[in-house]
Design a protein around this ligand. Structure first.
Ligand SMILES: [Zn+2]
Length: 232
């Protein structure tokens, strides 16, 4: 069978879709959005329990990865969100709410809501105030969409488009779509969005290696292998 991007697990299976988002929002494991705790967090199990529900034993509140993201307060399944994001990113001109409604089989109202949220999230880059601050960690991460091996995977030949995300530890995420990644792209995006006093964390891609990106500290980690496993 052809290795169609549309057959990838994160676009078809709800648990895989949620795991994919979790691996990006929480690269080091779940973070309580209420009290920012990173330990004593339990995954809720049981037949009637929603997939991806966690409980924080510090503040005793429950949460999912959706809290604080564009997916918050939405009952749309995560796999449909990822399908919508894929559709919106894979065509240069985007896709209308009407097309989204017909393609995903959701109501027009839901399609409008989804495309509005996704576009809003992408527009944030360069518009909101700086991310991070003194001693605060901001991670930069790229996800390659539409490479020949399927969606989503990182790095490799034949990719079409890149979603670059800046993630505040336990906080905001800003993403932007690029045709390809270059040193000048990543430098511009980081300088426009990240507070100069922040600690920047990136992977070891060549475009991060050449010189100063305008932050107080810059740490490079090779988290590729781990991400690969987590994102599966
Ligand atoms: Zn908590």
């Amino acid at each position: 069978m052809a290795n169609s991007i549309l057959n990838s697990k994160a676009l078809q299976d709800e648990a895989a879709a949620i795991a994919w988002v979790e691996a990006r929002v929480w690269p080091d494991g779940p973070v309580c959005p209420h009290c920012k705790a990173t330990d004593r967090i339990g995954k809720m199990k049981g037949k009637a329990t929603r997939i991806g529900l966690y409980k924080c034993y510090h503040c005793r509140k429950q949460f999912t990865v959706k809290v604080g993201t564009v997916f918050e307060d939405s009952h749309v399944p995560m796999r449909l969100w990822l399908q919508a994001m894929y559709l919106l990113c894979s065509s240069k001109k985007g896709i209308s709410s009407n097309q989204l409604h017909r393609t995903l089989g959701v109501t027009l109202k839901t399609a409008w809501f989804m495309s509005h949220r996704i576009r809003e999230a992408m527009r944030n880059v360069g518009i909101d105030g700086p991310m991070g601050g003194e001693g605060e960690i901001v991670e930069a991460d790229e996800t390659f969409i539409g490479n020949k091996n399927g969606f989503p995977k990182r790095r490799g030949a034949g990719h079409k488009m890149v979603v670059m995300s800046l993630v505040e530890r336990g906080g905001a995420v800003r993403s932007t779509v690029l045709d390809s990644v270059s040193r000048s792209d990543v430098e511009r995006i980081i300088r426009q969005n990240v507070d100069k006093e922040s600690r920047l964390m990136t992977d070891t891609a060549p475009y991060y290696k050449r010189g100063d990106l305008g932050t107080a500290e810059h740490e490079m980690v090779n988290h590729f292998a781990e991400e690969w496993v987590r994102g599966e």
